[in-house]
Write a protein that binds this ligand. Structure first.
Ligand code: HEM
Length: 211
C-alpha cells in the first residue's frame, strides 16, 4: 500500500514541479520584455513580475521538486531492486539535469531582480523548451523502463527539438512583423496629426489676410 501512496504523490509532485518550471520561465520572458516599455509602466511591471516569480519559485516550484524527490526515495525504499536497473540510472542522470535547470532558474531570477540578467526573450523562449525534452525522456523511461525502444525514442525527441526550433523562429518572425506593423501605424498617425496641424496653422495665417 505504501508503494501506491508514494507513487501517487510522486506523480502529483511531478505535475506541480513542472507547472512551476514552465510558468517561471514564461514570467522571465515577460519580465525581460517589460524593458521595452516606457516608464512608469516598466518599473511597475518589473516589480510585479519579481514578486510573482519569487512566490512561484518558493511556494510552488521548489515544494513540487521536494515532493517529487522525497516520494521517489520512498518508492525506491519499497522496491530496492530497481536500484540496479539501467533505466533508473539513466533517469537519475536526467533528473540531475532537471535539478540543475531548477537551480539555474533560481539564479536567473536573482539576476533579473538585480537587473544583471543578460538573457534576451528569444533565448529564454528556447530555454523554456529544455524541461519539455527532459519531461518526455524521463516519463518514457519511467513507463517503458529497460524495454524502452531506443531508436523510436531518439527520433521522437529529435522531431520534438526540430518542431520547437521551427515554432520559436516562426513566433519570433510573427512578433517582428507585428511590431513593424504597429510602428508603421504609429508613424502614419503621427504624419496625419502633423499634416492636420500644418493645415490648421496655414488657415490661421490666411484668415486675417481674407478679412
Ligand atoms: C529523484 C528522482 C526520481 C526517482 C528516483 C524516481 C523514481 C521512480 C520510481 C522508482 C518509480 C516507480 C516506477 C513504477 O512504479 O513502475 C517512478 C515512477 C514515475 N516517475 Fe519517477 N523518479 C524520479 C523523478 C521523476 C521525475 C523528475 C519525473 C517526471 C519528469 C518522474 C516521472 C515518473 C512517472 C510519470 C512515474 C510513473 C510511471 C508508471 O507508473 O508507469 N519521476 N519514479
Amino acid at each position: 500500500m505504501a508503494y501506491f501512496w508514494f507513487k501517487a504523490l510522486h506523480i502529483i509532485g511531478v505535475v506541480v514541479w513542472f507547472a512551476g518550471l514552465f510558468y517561471l520561465v514564461r514570467l522571465f520572458i515577460y519580465h525581460v520584455e517589460a524593458e521595452a516599455q516606457p516608464e512608469p509602466a516598466q518599473g511597475i511591471l518589473k516589480a510585479q513580475y519579481e514578486i510573482m516569480e519569487k512566490r512561484l519559485y518558493g511556494i510552488i516550484t521548489t515544494p513540487g521538486m521536494v515532493v517529487t524527490v522525497t516520494m521517489a526515495i520512498g518508492l525506491l525504499v519499497t522496491q530496492p531492486a530497481w536500484l540496479h536497473d539501467r533505466w533508473l540510472h539513466i533517469k537519475l542522470s536526467l533528473v540531475a539535469l532537471l535539478l540543475a535547470y531548477h537551480f539555474f532558474c533560481g539564479r536567473l531570477m536573482g539576476q533579473l531582480a538585480a537587473g544583471t540578467c543578460g538573457w534576451g526573450s528569444k533565448q529564454l523562449r528556447a530555454l523554456n523548451e529544455a524541461p519539455t525534452l527532459l519531461l518526455v525522456a524521463i516519463v518514457l523511461l519511467a513507463v517503458f523502463k529497460d524495454s524502452l525502444p531506443t531508436s523510436s525514442t531518439v527520433w521522437f525527441i529529435v522531431g520534438l527539438v526540430v518542431l520547437m526550433a521551427v515554432t520559436i523562429q516562426l513566433y519570433a518572425r510573427k512578433r517582428r512583423l507585428d511590431q513593424e506593423r504597429l510602428n508603421q501605424e504609429q508613424l502614419d498617425q503621427a504624419k496625419q496629426a502633423t499634416a492636420a496641424q500644418t493645415s490648421a496653422a496655414a488657415s490661421d495665417v490666411q484668415e486675417p489676410a481674407q478679412l
